[in-house]
Design a protein around this ligand. Structure first.
Ligand code: DGL
Length: 266
């Protein structure tokens, strides 16, 4: 069990932000990453479709012996995590990216916070409902920012186009006075600096990558599943080949990566 990999999935490059943080916190762990590039973006799909994709990908990760499955996608965490738990709870440990953030907020006591995410994540009201339960005195302003994922997947990251789109979303009056902004999409840490800069570094910009990696470490420790074999092998799978995925994965993982196309949808 211990040397089995940690399974992670997202629609595309977003979950790499989480995978990267895991590698920093748990360098002895092997990862198996699935980017569902054939169905990207998830944010525009129905909850039923997201559930269907998430179940099949979880099966794929379990067929590859994952000891834990980490849903490194807010859209899938919001739409599919409950049904994944129902189906797979006896077969593996499941971790999502929303509950760890909500628990973290419970320790911070903010008056007003913003959440940005895909249309599917925001319309599900998962963040709002969970935060209301855990931190009833925090007011939550949610906003869908659907152009950010295609923008990032198309490589518009540090330029005038990305800055204009970020500015256009974040100047929204409803966000004025927020003390923290949750990046409710795992793609967004790739543009975290520009977002922090937009707020003149006066707003705490919270992303799940590090917080979720810490939860993963605690979970592995508690279940005596930390890999102490000294054998580390990372594998990356995508459902449709894109140059950009390879480029970003190489950027995060410095150098050659073991990337394969997995035809799980035919
Ligand atoms: N990175 C994902 C998320 O956290 C999915 C974005 C998308 O494919 O629309 O929501």
């Amino acid at each position: 069990m211990k040397e089995q990999p940690i399974g992670i999935f997202d629609s595309g490059v977003g979950g790499l932000t989480v995978a990267h943080a895991i590698k920093q916190i748990l360098p002895d762990e092997s990862l198996i990453y699935f980017g569902d590039t054939a169905h990207l973006p998830y944010g525009d799909k129905s909850a039923e479709s997201i559930r269907f994709y998430s179940h099949r990908i979880t099966e794929f990760l379990l067929e590859h012996n994952s000891k834990v499955v980490l849903v490194a996608c807010n859209t899938a965490s919001a739409s599919a995590f409950d049904s994944l738990k129902e189906e797979f709870k006896d077969k593996t440990i499941l971790i999502d990216v929303i509950d760890p953030i909500v628990n973290y907020l419970g320790t911070r006591h903010f008056n007003k916070i913003g959440v940005i995410g895909t249309k599917r994540t925001i319309s599900s009201c998962t963040y709002e409902n969970k935060i209301k339960e855990k931190s009833p005195s925090t007011s939550v302003i949610s906003m869908a920012t659907p152009l950010l994922v295609p923008m990032i997947e198309e490589g518009f990251i540090f330029d005038d186009i990305s800055n204009a789109i970020i500015r256009s979303y974040l100047t929204n009056e409803s966000l004025s006075g927020i003390q923290a902004l949750i990046l409710g999409c795992t793609h967004y840490p790739i543009i975290k600096n520009q977002i922090s800069k937009f707020f003149n570094f006066n707003v705490e910009v919270i992303d799940s990558a590090r917080i979720v990696s810490m939860i993963l470490r605690e979970t592995l420790e508690k279940n005596h599943l930390l890999n102490d074999s000294g054998i580390v092998k990372d594998q990356f799978f995508i459902s449709d080949y894109t140059d950009y995925f390879e480029k970003i994965a190489k950027m995060f993982f410095e150098g050659e990566i073991n990337l394969k196309k997995a035809d799980i949808w035919s």
